[in-house]
Design a protein around this ligand. Structure first.
Ligand code: C5P
Length: 221
């Protein structure tokens, strides 16, 4: 297990974060949330007045912020230029801008290089959109989590901080839009790897999903 890489991909609200953290904690592995890195990059762009509809501006600026990703599944933490942004990267403003930033090839090149460095020799659960396809195509365990749009909208809505609260209908529209953008971009879109194990979490509890993934890890290592 010391060298295993567990790749967990899927659309928003499919349960990736809770499942990935649970599996990492259960198996004593590190945990990397690559979505948090794209969010932190987006947060920095918004704060520094970068026009996030302008790919040229995004490409020119994306080398500037200094991102640091923690890998503790019990306390995931991300900092930008030393500031802990774990909470502000979850605002709907960042969420609704992140797909435009993450579609820019220069952003992906920089963050994928950082992700590979953190993965290093393994012992880690990595969640995202392109982990099994691009970041760690050699990962021995690849999971693609899905769930119905309704289930994903309810879950995401329930996770929003009180000052970000909105209706399930608005959250549903926001995740449908984000999935469409993430799946249709030219550079490493959200896609299931050919050798990934697809798991529909709609009717499963978190514990049931963690159990399945842990069993799969044991089977493949
Ligand atoms: O997983 P999360 O919802 O936090 O991801 C936020 C956004 O970051 C996604 O909507 C997507 O645009 C981008 N992302 C990505 N590639 C990854 C992880 C996230 O493009 N590996």
């Amino acid at each position: 297990l010391a060298t295993v890489v567990v790749a967990i991909d899927g659309p928003s609200g499919s349960g990736k974060s809770s499942v990935s953290r649970g599996v990492a904690a259960r198996l004593g592995l590190r945990y990397l949330d690559t979505g948090a890195m794209y969010r932190a990059m987006t947060w920095w762009m918004l704060r520094h007045g970068v026009d996030v509809t302008d790919a040229g501006q995004i490409a020119a600026a994306c080398g500037k912020p200094n991102l640091e990703s923690g890998t503790d599944p019990d306390q995931p933490k991300i900092t930008v230029d030393g500031e802990d942004v774990s909470a502000p990267i979850r605002t709907r403003e960042v969420t609704n801008a992140v797909s435009a930033v993450s579609a820019v090839p220069e952003v992906r090149a920089r963050l994928v290089a950082m992700q590979r460095e953190i993965i290093g020799s393994g012992g880690i659960v990595v969640e995202g959109r392109d982990i099994g396809t691009v970041v760690a195509p050699e990962a021995p365990v690849k999971i693609f989590l899905t769930a119905s749009t309704e289930a994903r909208a309810w879950r995401r809505n329930a996770e929003l901080a009180p000052d970000q609260a909105t209706s399930v209908a608005v959250t549903r529209a926001e995740i449908v839009r984000r999935d469409r953008l993430d799946s249709s971009r030219a550079t490493s879109p959200l896609a299931m790897a050919d050798d990934a194990y697809e798991l529909d979490t709609t009717d499963l509890t978190l514990e049931q999903v963690i159990d399945r993934v842990v069993a799969l890890v044991h089977e493949r290592t």
